[in-house]
Design a protein around this ligand. Structure first.
Ligand code: HEC
Length: 131
């Protein structure tokens, strides 16, 4: 009896923490459209592509920023630049923070340009295997 109760005492808080994590990941992924947001600083997509790999963003978000098991899709429509840069500097969940020293604002602008330059994925209806 004692050990079953003990298991519940251990598992319940773990389940609660997992549920909170799932909810906050969903919240972090919600797009925040803001038509008055300032435009992104100019960046170069080719430079951004190299930085996306050398800095390590690809490890969780995939080479095409298509998302994967370790990080959500970022391209081709990343968050508005202000929210994007705020999140990279001070992530609120599992993502490690990238300071200005590690990824200067100019580099972040290049990365942002790379994300925006990714082609839009084809609609599911046009993929025969999915029909
Ligand atoms: C260790 C894995 C990891 C790495 C490396 C990583 N991220 Fe993330 N990123 C995540 C996860 C996981 C999330 C989802 C929210 C969370 O848990 O923080 C996320 C969320 C984000 C978000 C906000 C969510 C959204 O939909 O836009 C942005 C922006 C972002 N990442 C950009 C970057 C950039 C740019 C880099 C490289 C400088 C990077 N990430 C590197 C794991 C990672």
């Amino acid at each position: 009896m004692q050990s079953a109760k003990c298991k519940v005492n251990v598992l319940l808080p773990i389940a609660a923490v997992l549920a909170t994590a799932v909810i906050s990941i969903a919240a972090a992924q919600a797009p925040a459209p803001n038509p008055t947001a300032p435009a992104a600083p100019a960046g170069n997509a080719d430079t951004g592509k190299k930085l996306f790999v050398s800095v390590g963003c690809y490890q969780c978000h995939g080479y095409e920023a298509q998302g994967g098991s370790a990080g959500p899709r970022l391209a081709p429509r990343p968050l508005p630049y202000a929210g994007f840069s705020r999140y990279v500097r001070r992530p609120t969940n599992q993502m490690p923070p990238y300071t200005e020293r590690l990824v200067p604002d100019t580099d972040l602008a290049h990365i942002y340009a790379y994300l925006q330059s990714r082609p839009t994925p084809p609609a599911a209806a046009t993929i025969p295997l999915l029909q």
